[in-house]
Design a protein around this ligand. Structure first.
Ligand SMILES: Cc1cc2nc3c(=O)[nH]c(=O)nc-3n(C[C@H](O)[C@H](O)[C@H](O)COP(=O)(O)OP(=O)(O)OC[C@H]3O[C@@H](n4cnc5c(N)ncnc54)[C@H](O)[C@@H]3O)c2cc1C
Ligand code: FES
Ligand code: FES
Length: 482
């Protein structure tokens, strides 16, 4: 890496430059904020589920322009905020917030940021523990088209009730003013400079070129790759897992690009899901649907496709969709570059084809249906305990191409949560080809779907329930797309 460009661990919090000394770059941003006395940001769950720790980072929008992004500070390692601007609920008030509640000049409503003022006026806060997180989600959305329900889907409140909070969001949805924060945003740079942080116990690198990633992996065979840290952050904060060397992928040029041609879409492995959500909207409806139900805004602002595939979790939500779309992966390592179908990537429980020193560079999704296709039917389904911010019991994604006579030319049925890896129901797929797309065919394929997998029973659902979902979700697909 170009050591001349390497920066130490410096960033800004509410406009104030900070250079923490002798702290680990693996420490979470939340931990740092609170240890350094910035206790306005709260810790609820510590694992990305409640949103109490939400802060805003200035980052790049999908079109490259700067935007405020709501993120969970409990998941982000400090190294990942190097060179960035962090805003917290106690830094967005126009006036001074007195340090002591007994101070003579308490802050007045007209000194509050409009989203703070709206929460006061609508009674959007009771105990106040969740409030700084709601405020920062609303703040980020305020400068990004105006808050709506989705802006706060990753924030939980246990005492106020959501109606006053929704009213606060509605109150400021139409009132965007030019202020110091919009000016700060307009002037901000979104370029992520390379970083090399030695740290007392963890070395953190943020290279900008793929060749540098590969060289660092050779130098540090014990290194761990980190993209959005929405999985790894949990390992670090909750499970206190120690990683001696972290190599961040979020600034790597080759991994952060997207290309669309008539035939295929290529998505860099480190592109955040929220960018995919906006850039590819309408291109792959089944992907749109699954991303909509994927975690919540704060997580989607950080999580990546490479991370979702890299965890090799049997309940990762995007692999079933990508399997149904016949996606392939490009990997790069010491032996050069290779491309393989995603269907060949997962080799066992949490095991993959990835060799030591290799990295997932991109995901390619073909756009062209089978030759002779008159209609492509595609959808995805996620069954969880609750709609937003939950992991799947079973996820399923289907693509069926039919010709003008309604005969099935190609069928791809991807599932998650029913086997040791995300997998396709290949016997059912083979059966479907050549059959009419009709309820009789769906009934006839049911025994093959019933036997396709031998799922496990766990606290989320029984094996029998999962097996029924494998069958019933396909029937639901037919009913929705006859
Ligand atoms: C609150 C919460 C809700 C969640 N909800 C969902 C959900 O609804 N559905 C779902 O599927 N998941 C969910 N997750 C899990 C997580 O968000 C996803 O798996 C996400 O896609 C991980 O991406 P990341 O960039 O954050 O990965 P990271 O945490 O940075 O990395 C994850 C793993 O992948 C490896 N890795 C990352 N990039 C690469 C690469 N390019 N090449 C090789 N290896 C790589 C890393 O080394 C690490 O082992 C949730 C997590 C949280 C905290
Ligand atoms: S503390 Fe709950 S999401 Fe971070
Ligand atoms: S105001 Fe108490 S948790 Fe929301």
């Amino acid at each position: 890496m170009n050591q001349q460009l390497a920066t130490q661990l410096t960033f800004s919090v509410n406009g104030e430059p900070v250079s923490p000394q002798a702290v680990s770059p693996a420490m979470t941003l939340l931990e740092y904020l609170r240890l350094s006395g910035r206790a306005g940001t709260k810790e609820g769950c510590g694992d990305g589920d409640c949103g109490a720790c939400t802060v805003a980072l200035i980052g790049a929008r999908a079109d490259g322009n700067p935007q405020y992004q709501a993120v969970n500070s409990c998941l982000i390692p400090l190294g990942a905020v190097a060179g960035r601007q962090v805003l917290t609920a106690d830094g967005i008030t126009q006036g001074r917030i007195p340090k002591s509640p007994l101070a003579k000049e308490p802050v007045t409503v007209d000194q509050l940021h409009p989203v703070q003022g709206a929460m006061v006026e609508t009674g959007g806060s009771q105990c106040g523990y969740c409030t700084p997180g709601f405020i920062m989600s609303l703040f980020a959305a305020y400068y990004n088209g105006g808050p709506d329900d989705l802006a706060v889907e990753g924030n939980l409140c246990r005492c106020t009730g959501y109606l006053p909070i929704r009213r606060a969001a509605q109150q400021v949805a139409q009132t965007l003013v030019v202020d110091q924060f919009s000016q700060q945003l307009a002037a901000a740079s979104t370029e992520l400079l390379p970083v090399a942080c030695p740290g007392p116990d963890t070395q953190f690198y943020r290279p900008t070129q793929l060749s540098e990633v590969l060289a660092l992996m050779q130098q540090h065979p014990d290194a761990t790759l980190v993209a959005g840290a929405t999985d790894l952050g949990l390992e670090m904060s909750w499970h206190r897992q120690h990683y001696p060397v972290l190599i961040s992928l979020e600034a790597v040029a080759e991994l952060t690009q997207m290309h669309q041609t008539e035939d295929a879409v290529t998505i860099g492995a480190a592109v955040p899901l929220s960018h995919i959500e906006t850039t590819l909207h309408g291109v792959f409806p089944s992907l749109d649907e699954m991303i909509h139900w994927f975690a919540a805004r704060q997580v989607r602002n950080r999580a990546t496709l490479g991370g979702n595939i890299g965890t090799a979790s049997p309940i990762g939500d995007l692999p079933p969709v990508l399997l149904s779309l016949e996606a392939s992966l490009t990997l790069s390592g010491p032996g050069g570059e290779r491309t393989l179908p995603l269907a060949d990537f997962f080799t066992g429980y949490r095991q993959t084809e990835l060799q030591p020193g290799e990295v997932i560079v991109s995901v390619q999704i073909p756009r062209t249906p089978a030759p002779g296709t008159a209609r492509r039917l595609a959808q995805s389904y996620k069954i969880g305990k609750r709609g937003t911010d939950d992991i799947s019991i079973v996820a399923a994604a289907f693509v069926v191409d039919v010709d003008a006579d309604n005969t099935i030319l190609q069928a791809r049925l991807g599932y998650g949560g029913v086997a040791a890896t995300p997998a396709r129901a290949t016997a059912a797929e083979d059966f479907l080809v050549g059959q009419p797309w009709a309820m009789e065919t769906v009934q006839a394929v049911k025994p093959l779907l019933q036997e396709a997998f031998t799922p496990m029973t766990d606290l989320r659902g029984s094996a029998e329930y999962r097996q029924r979902l494998v069958v019933n979700l396909f029937e639901k697909f037919f009913v929705e797309f006859p």
